[in-house]
Structures are given as structure tokens and as C-alpha cells.
Design a protein around this ligand. Structure first.
Ligand code: ARG
Length: 461
């Protein structure tokens, strides 16, 4: 039994079944098979270039590894729990297929640098996919923005009506968040996709390896500088999970808006049937469950990040088995982040905005009060005083239960004799949006230049 293990030489007795079950990682790290095989092929070819193996031996290893990959992909590969992890499952099948030369693959390598390589490749492959998905979602926000430059809605602070804004401005806010998410991922990826191969168990190796050529073959940005750091560092997982957390946080904020906007009291959006669910008891219900679940799943990704931070805290150098616990949090976050980005793109594309409901909501909450104050300033009244006069106008309008623009001119003039009939042009909600053309504002000129800039980014290769 003990002799069946790749590490079983010094053992006399087999592993307890409960220990095997507890320590195995194959039930989830099989997902790294592609990266493991790519890393092993690159390692074998490098060993041949360096004269550690003959080129015939390296060819046999590469052919064997390719055959193992085919078995995995056509479903005939038998994963064995007693072989612990993806690395030993693949190596042991390789040796079955190619004979004793299979036992040479691990020359100058340890599972410690092997697993770090596999996982760095896996995580960075996924970060590239997240970038693609986040950019695609930003593209949908931009499409919505372009379709709604002229749609206006109440902009809120403190979730209270504040000033009129263009729906395009609201949509673009999310596109900019997603652009930062993509930039963060691409920056992070440069630190993740670094090869630790050659660090061996912890101290480096005595074989004349060439780590740089392996990194190059695997399309990586560089190699490790310190073997002890290389085998024990997982801050690349932490960074990646933070990037995922920030994405989920951004998605969750928009989910919250969908949830509020789809409440009939707002009615700003209609949920597409394909993205809503009903109630088993209340026939009228159409619930925003997708948005709610996505908001909820943020907790899961934050949890994955917290798990990784906690796992690493207090680990002495170098490799410790605790590190095996790095895979499940990332796999969980990956599933969550990628499905959420994809689902949000579909849901947003299908979302119908109700422009009439948005227009109707404009007259609630005195969104044009700032306009009146600014108007008074143009008439030579100091802003603080203008603010006070406008406050009185709001109180008056509230009393009469009308929006500001429905107060008679005589009432406004009683509050300030500098007010003339031109005030009503200023109180117009669309005019309020149109005036805000300073860079980054909600005015049409600002929106046009935002659209140009962000579309330039979307089209970048
Ligand atoms: N399954 C292990 C992990 O994920 C592979 C490395 C094992 N190394 C060791 N020295 N036991 O961390």
C-alpha cells in the first residue's frame, strides 16, 4: 500500500482511509490538469535542452503527457483519490503509458514549485477571461448609454431626489467602474503570471535548469527571484480575489438599483421575463431574484478573499500543506465572478427602461431647486442667500403640493423681486441636464466625449 504512493519509499504502513479522504485535493484540483500538463511538457523540453534528459526521453514524455490529456478530455481517465492530487494522478498515469522514462519527469522539480506554477497559470488564465467578460459588460452599459442620452431621470444622493441626470450618465458611471476593474485585472495578471518553476522544494536545484525558457514557452511574464518566496507565496491569489471582490461589489450596486427601480413605486425598469421569477402564493409578483442573488453572492466572494488572507497569515516559510486550501476559494470565486458578469450582461441587454415613469418622477422632490438658486446668483444674489430664498420657495411649493415650476410668478416674486418670467426656462428639467457640460458632467457634450473615450477603450486590442 505505502509503496504505491509516489512518496512511499520510507513508509511501512498505508495511509488511513480517513486521512486519505481528508488530505486529498483531486476532487477539485483536477481542474488544473491543462496547466499541469503544459507545465510538465515545458519542463521536459527544457530538461532536454539543458542536457539533463535526452531529446528522445523528452519526446516520449511529451507524447505521453499529450495522451494523458486526451484521456482526461474524452472522459476515460480514472482519477484516483489515493493518488492525492492532480500532479500525482497525471504522473502516475504517464508512467503507466510510457514506462520508466515517466519517472524522470520530476527531475529538478518538486510538487511545491509545480503546484505554484500550475495555479499561477490557472489563475492568470481566468483573470484574462474575467477581463474579457467585464469589458463585454462595459460594452452593454455603453450601448444603453448611447440609446438613452436624451432620457432623464432623478439623480439621487442619500437615495433622495437631488438633481436631474441623463440615463446615459448613470449607465456610463458603471462602464467606468468596469474599465477600472479590467485595468486592475490586467495589472494583477502581470504579477500572477510569473513562473516559480526551478525553485524546486524550497531551496532551488543543483540541476542546470533554465527557468526563463520555460516561462517563455508558457507565455509568462518572467521568473521567480527567490526560491523560498516562489514556493510559499500565494499573495497572487489574494490580489486576484480582491479584483473579483471589487467586480462583485460593482455588480451588486447595480443589482440594488435594479431591485429598487423595478419596484412599481418607482417603475423605472421592467424586468425581462427571462430574468425574473414569480411567487408561489402572490399571483401578481415578478421578483428580481437574479439581482438579489447576485447581491448575495458578493458575500461568497468576500468570504473567499477573507479565507485566503486568513490561511496565509502566520504561515512560516516555506511550503506548508495549509496552502492546498488556496484552490477551493479561488474556484468558488471564479465560478461566481464569471457567471455573474455574463448574466448581468444578458439581463442588462434585456432590461427595458420606462422613460415615462422616469419623467413622471422628475416632478417629485424638487430636483430643480439648485437651478433656482443658481438663477438667483446670476441676478446678483450671494449664493447663501439664494439658497435660503430657494428653501422658502420649496417650503411654499410643498405647502401647495406642487412642483417649483408650478408656483405662480407672483409667489416667487414675493420671495425675491429679482425673479422674472425667464425663471421658468431655468426650472425646466431637461435644460438643467443640458447646462451641465463641464467635463465629466451629465450634459450632452460631456456625455459625447465620455462615449468617445470609453468606446476607444472598448475597441482597444
Ligand atoms: N496538492 C498540493 C497542494 O495543492 C500539492 C503540493 C504538495 N506538496 C507537498 N509537499 N505535499 O498544495
Amino acid at each position: 500500500m505505502a509503496k504505491e504512493k509516489l512518496w512511499g519509499g520510507r513508509f511501512h504502513e498505508g495511509t488511513a482511509a480517513s486521512v486519505e479522504a481528508y488530505t486529498q485535493s483531486i476532487s477539485y484540483d483536477w481542474a488544473l490538469y491543462k496547466q499541469d500538463i503544459a507545465g510538465s511538457c515545458a519542463h521536459a523540453r527544457m530538461l532536454a535542452r539543458q542536457g539533463v534528459l535526452t531529446s528522445e526521453e523528452a519526446d516520449k514524455l511529451v507524447t505521453g503527457l499529450t495522451a494523458v490529456r486526451e484521456e482526461i478530455e474524452n472522459g476515460s481517465f480514472q482519477w484516483k483519490k489515493e493518488l492525492e492530487d492532480v500532479h500525482m494522478n497525471i504522473e502516475s498515469r504517464l508512467t503507466e503509458l510510457v514506462g520508466d522514462v515517466g519517472k524522470k519527469l520530476h527531475t529538478g522539480r518538486s510538487r511545491n514549485d509545480q503546484v505554484a506554477l500550475d495555479f499561477r497559470l490557472f489563475v492568470s488564465d481566468r483573470l484574462r477571461e474575467w477581463q474579457r467578460l467585464a469589458r463585454a459588460l462595459a460594452g452593454v452599459f455603453v450601448e444603453k448609454a448611447e440609446a438613452h442620452v436624451d432620457t432623464i431621470l432623478p439623480g439621487c444622493t442619500h437615495m433622495q431626489p437631488a438633481q436631474p441626470v441623463s440615463l446615459a450618465q448613470h449607465m456610463l458611471a458603471y462602464a467606468w467602474m468596469l474599465r477600472r476593474d479590467v485595468q486592475r485585472l490586467s495589472d494583477c495578471e502581470r504579477r500572477v503570471r510569473i513562473s516559480p518553476l526551478g525553485a524546486a522544494a524550497l531551496a532551488g536545484t543543483t540541476y542546470p535548469l533554465d527557468p526563463a525558457s520555460v516561462a517563455q514557452e508558457l507565455d509568462m511574464y518572467g521568473t521567480f527571484d527567490n526560491s523560498m518566496d516562489a514556493v510559499s507565496d500565494r499573495d497572487f491569489v489574494i490580489e486576484s480575489l480582491f479584483c473579483g471582490s471589487a467586480i462583485m461589489m460593482h455588480l451588486s450596486r447595480f443589482c440594488e438599483e435594479i431591485i429598487i427601480w423595478s419596484n412599481p413605486a418607482f417603475g423605472f425598469v421592467r424586468l425581462p421575463d427571462a430574468y425574473a421569477t414569480g411567487s408561489s402564493i402572490m399571483p401578481q409578483k415578478k421578483n428580481p431574484d437574479v439581482a438579489e442573488l447576485m447581491r448575495g453572492k458578493v458575500g461568497r466572494v468576500y468570504g473567499d478573499l477573507t479565507a485566503m488572507l486568513t490561511i496565509l497569515k502566520g504561515l512560516p516559510l516555506t511550503y506548508n500543506r495549509d496552502l492546498q486550501e488556496d484552490k477551493e476559494p479561488f474556484l468558488d470565486a471564479d465560478r461566481t465572478v464569471s457567471t455573474s458578469l455574463e448574466l448581468m450582461a444578458g439581463m442588462l441587454r434585456a432590461l427595458k427602461f420606462d422613460e415615462n415613469r422616469m419623467t413622471r418622477a422628475m416632478t417629485l422632490g424638487f430636483l430643480n431647486a439648485t437651478e433656482l438658486a443658481d438663477y438667483l446668483v446670476t441676478k446678483g444674489i450671494p449664493f447663501r442667500e439664494a439658497h435660503h430664498i430657494t428653501g422658502e420657495a420649496v417650503a411654499e411649493a410643498e405647502e401647495q403640493n406642487v412642483p417649483l415650476e408650478n408656483l405662480p410668478l407672483s409667489t416667487l416674486q414675493r420671495l425675491c423681486d429679482k425673479i422674472g418670467p425667464d425663471v421658468f426656462d431655468v426650472l425646466d428639467y431637461r435644460a438643467a441636464v443640458a447646462r451641465r457640460n463641464a467635463p465629466g458632467g451629465t450634459g450632452p457634450r460631456s456625455i459625447a466625449s465620455q462615449l468617445e473615450k470609453i468606446k476607444g477603450w472598448l475597441n482597444e486590442k
